[in-house]
Design a protein around this ligand. Structure first.
Ligand SMILES: NC(=O)c1ccc[n+]([C@@H]2O[C@H](COP(=O)([O-])OP(=O)(O)OC[C@H]3O[C@@H](n4cnc5c(N)ncnc54)[C@H](OP(=O)(O)O)[C@@H]3O)[C@@H](O)[C@H]2O)c1
Length: 313
């Protein structure tokens, strides 16, 4: 098969590599599409090595058709259309996937489009719902509302009956309102702390610690999933205590397969019905041939995209 090999930090080549074989509890997926994530850019730059045992090729989510199965995969069969959460290896023609990380292609959706969902659905659901316990009627503040994560979080928040506030550059605001954002804030010119939220999904990390606490309602929860504004910051515990607030910080990729399986099951039970019903749709900015992965990474670096970028082998 062919896969994207990172041969040096600024170069990726689409080249012949050995085919994967299914281990215990794994299936092989013949990939239709893979989606680009910020973590792939960091991996290319040598700053985010794959966890032990994971594929060395980038790519944290894909969709396709099962072409082979190992022992212990339950009812999964060759020919089944799936999308999947991966620890790596999506930028390829085939990938080995633990059966617990497979999701069915949602109703009325192409196999290709469904590649835009697994990583964002699992990240957003596990942080905003499973950890931060967003409830109907609460306010959710989504930073980076125009990104892959943000466009999904806006839709999930709305579908759950929350009021949604999103930060993004002004040119993205109309699209974010169409996705369900009640309020949009241009973080380049405006102060987002003029709004207050029960749950904040944060991708900025250190740079936003103070302002996120300022924007928190009493008993609010901040779920940090990114460090685009730095990893080390000073935390004003007095301010957090005064809000009776909580902060969580997680990554999805390095979690054990059993935990990912639990998250995927939660997404299937609680999020997939909303996707099947059309309340949440994948937001695909563009598709590119896999061989142009470098161009896709440059687009992500520019942040000129809205939603997800898909790569087609
Ligand atoms: N912890 C986890 O498990 C996990 C999983 C997946 C992703 N993530 C993280 O989540 C973040 C988003 O991922 P993604 O795939 O959605 O990336 P993405 O599509 O590139 O979205 C990031 C967005 O951030 C916006 N942005 C940049 N600076 C901002 C600021 N100061 N305030 C608000 N928005 C700002 C950019 O849009 P504009 O500037 O144009 O508005 C960009 O669209 C990344 O940091 C990624 O590493 C974490």
């Amino acid at each position: 098969m062919r896969a994207i090999v990172i041969d040096k930090p600024d170069s990726m080549v689409w080249t012949e590599v050995p085919d994967p074989t299914p281990g215990d509890g794994e299936v092989i997926v013949q990939i239709t599409a893979a989606a680009v994530n910020r973590a792939d850019v960091l991996q290319r730059q040598g700053q985010y090595p794959p966890p032990r045992g994971a594929s060395p090729y980038p790519g944290l989510e894909c969709s396709g058709v099962i072409s082979a199965t190992g022992p212990g995969v339950g009812d999964h069969r060759p020919g089944e259309r799936v999308c999947a959460l991966l620890a790596g290896g999506g930028y390829a023609e085939q990938v080995a996937v633990p059966a617990g990380q497979l999701l069915p292609v949602p109703l009325g959706m192409s196999v290709q489009e469904s590649a835009a969902l697994p990583e964002v659905a699992c990240t957003v659901w596990s942080n905003v719902v499973d950890i931060a316990r967003l409830r109907k009627g609460e306010t959710l503040l989504v930073h980076g509302g125009g990104g892959g994560i943000g466009t999904f979080a806006i839709q999930l928040g709305k579908a759950m009956g929350a009021r949604v506030v999103a930060t993004a550059r002004a040119e993205k605001h109309d699209r974010l309102k169409a996705l369900g954002a009640d309020v949009t804030i241009d973080y380049t010119t405006d102060d987002f702390t003029k709004e207050s939220a029960d749950v904040i999904l944060d991708i900025m990390g250190a740079k936003y610690l103070d302002r996120n606490i300022q924007a928190l309602k009493p008993n609010g929860r901040i779920a940090i999933i990114g460090m685009q504004g730095g990893r080390k910051g000073e935390l004003d515990l007095g301010a957090l205590m005064a809000k009776r607030g909580a902060i969580s910080a997680t990554t999805l990729r390095a979690r054990p397969i059993a935990e990912k399986t639990r998250i995927v099951q939660g997404v299937r039970r609680h999020v997939w019905p909303l996707v099947d019903a059309g309340a949440i749709r994948p937001v695909v900015h563009t598709t590119m041939p896999m061989a142009e992965a470098m161009k896709a990474h440059r687009l992500m670096d520019s942040s000129d995209h809205l939603g997800k970028i898909l790569l087609l082998p």
